[in-house]
Ligand binder design. Structure first.
Ligand code: FE2
Length: 199
């Protein structure tokens, strides 16, 4: 089944992110991942339904290239959707997600400090997830779309720290981008995502 790209989930441009950055990020990069995901799935389907997979090999094989590309493009798709959903809110922490963060980190200030640092430590993604195995909020980082993810952890707050997310607006000052990103979070949407993930 063809996956349709989601439109940007807000009408006003998020604070601290330019229209140009956002357009490139959504229309070119994100949509590019969706298209690759669809293309790969189309090639995989006949193989899944009784095709010749006898040459499967971990060093190199067509099946390996397709499956590796699928995890990259699927995560590139989903992580960006969570990222876009976190943008363009009032930025004032409130609701069950904020309460859960305060319980886990001791204070909202502690959480924001730690999550910002995780964004500096990551090469691609900082993800605050509900870990369904440990039944706790946890921060995981990814250095590529298909690296660093933990099975069973459901992302709630996903911060993109690849340079394409901020370089046009902040140059190499990732810290300033993260600071500005954390000030405009959409807590209404994050509360919905947290409630659904931890249910
Ligand atoms: Fe991105």
């Amino acid at each position: 089944m063809k996956y349709e790209p989601a439109p940007l989930p807000f009408s006003k441009t998020p604070e601290g992110i330019s229209e140009k950055t956002l357009t490139i990020h959504h229309d070119k990069l994100y949509v590019g991942y969706v298209n690759k995901k669809n293309e790969i799935e189309e090639k995989l389907l006949p193989l899944m339904q009784g095709g010749d997979v006898a040459s499967a090999n971990q060093s190199y094989s067509e099946l390996r290239a397709l499956l590796d590309g699928l995890t990259f493009s699927a995560n590139g798709t989903y992580l960006h959707e969570w990222y876009f959903e976190s943008l363009a809110g009032a930025g004032v922490p409130q609701g069950p997600f904020a309460d859960a963060l305060i319980a886990r980190f001791g204070s909202m200030e502690n959480f924001l400090k730690f999550f910002a640092a995780a964004g500096m430590a990551a090469r691609g993604w900082a993800v605050l997830a509900w870990d369904t195995k440990s039944q706790a909020l946890q921060v995981y980082i990814g250095d590529a779309h298909n690296q660093g993810g933990v099975w069973g952890a459901v992302p709630v707050l996903v911060m993109d720290v690849y340079e394409h997310a901020y370089f046009l607006d902040y140059g190499s000052d990732r810290k300033a981008y993260i600071e500005s990103y954390l000030k405009q979070l959409n807590w209404d949407r994050l509360n919905e995502l947290y409630t659904s993930a931890s249910r």
